[in-house]
Design a protein around this ligand. Sequence first.
Ligand code: F6P
Length: 544
Amino acid sequence: MPTSPLTSLPAWKALQAHCEQTRSVHLRELFQQDAARGERLTLDAIGIYLDYSKNRVGDETLRLLGQLAEQAGLRQRIDAMFAGEKINVTEKRAVLHVALRAARGSSIVVDGENVVPQVHSVLDKMAGFCNRIRSGDWKGHTGKPIRNVVNIGIGGSDLGPVMAYEALKHYSTRAIAFRFVSNIDGTDFAEAVHDLRPDETLFIVASKTFTTLETMTNAHTARDWLLAGLGGDASATAKHFVALSTNAKEVAGFGIDTMNMFGFWDWVGGRYSMDAAIGLSTMLAIGPENFQAMLAGFRAMDQHFRTAPFDENLPVLLGLLGIWNSNFLGAETVAVLPYDQYLKRFPAYLQQLTMESNGKRVTLDGKPVDYQTNPIYWGEPGTNGQHSFYQLIHQGTRLIPCDFIAFHQSLNPVGRHHAMLMANVFAQAEALAFGKTANEVETEGTADSLVPHRVFPGNRPSNMILAEKLTPEILGKLVALYEHIVFTQGTIWQVNSFDQWGVELGKVLAQRIIPELESAKDSILGHDSSTNRLIVRQRTHLAP
Ligand code: F6P
């Protein structure tokens, strides 16, 4: 736990002074000064190769960042998390997504109870269920096997499942179609089911609380759709609905037999739950064995995070480099750029993980921070982004650190595609770091008037994260890597990475506006003049 404000830590002050002194140093100079920089500033651990040499750091920067981690109490806080301490102080909860992948037979105690056996009992139940669905043993209400699975959830109950489904599609059964419904917009549901047969469709209602407006609305609509398609027999839900939740009471209240519920616990945050029961759609798609391989990947990264020295620790190092880029060099965003089409939803997944976790403005003890916390995460798979927003990254006025993620081997080795893909990711990192000087542009014979337009300033930081091949295990490692980057940064910023009070106000106001929109035209509205006017305008469209 923090003992003094972040900005008064000696390492923070030293980093500020160091930043002043080194701000004008260009990556070109750093590489010229040290011929081995590209080999030295790398880390190769647990199947992930990180090249961080194209960050604007020197040995002194790294030394000071390491000190910052020590002085901010990172070591103690890692130990506190793994020991099941209630580090989510505003909700008085332990933070134990690491228990979700703990090895069978190990022990993590929460409130006097070892939770690992509970975790494995749910995993076993999930595996049994998945085997029955995948083999066709589980029959729908009319005796047909399940050919479509629709996951209904939002936030952590959607983004993890859909990201993992897309990421691991190569390993998934093609005998079942998977769809994901999250938005309260009826279009999401309508489009997801428009070509599905109810008697072959299984709905997974995924919600930690089982009270979320979007999910419960979609779940009710799904039940109506199912029953309408199956002649109105209410008993049909038993074979076509399962629930993933911590709230057995609400699950039963909805009408799902708790035998068909897969539980988890309040010490798993929604955005940290894709490897809990929330991963049922993933397990259905890739099978229990592949799911176990994914968990082994998570576990390997947990172990690495817990035991590797900070200067050889992937999440710690990446977390600290992120702090350097945001808090000292002033970067406001981070672009995550996977050069793998299967990772197309990875940036969206990371948006919730990072921004819901560390998008905070007060410290653990409620004091306003006087420094920036989480940057904005965004991104698209390469090479598509190159033909759209990379212009701004190369020549715009903002500093945008990039995380490039790529794999040595393609899962679809078609012709020369993979060599071209990898050439592009390496080229982008090179161009961002070194750019192209006016002199170089002139030497090419460019007209004087065009020279400024064709200069690339360079000095734009990036990380290159490489692995052999996108496997379930590597996906587990990548997700755990970012989970622990978030943890590292939240610790430095002294914020609670595990609550999300910022989502509440909009939810409460929407609950107030719903009846106002649906009520008689002339009821008195008590909002500001803008909101009142918007409601009145919409009412004219909703009125019968
Ligand atoms: O509104 C934010 C949030 O609470 C997220 O943290 C969570 O992942 C999402 O809503 C969904 O919540 P639930 O799983 O309880 O439906």
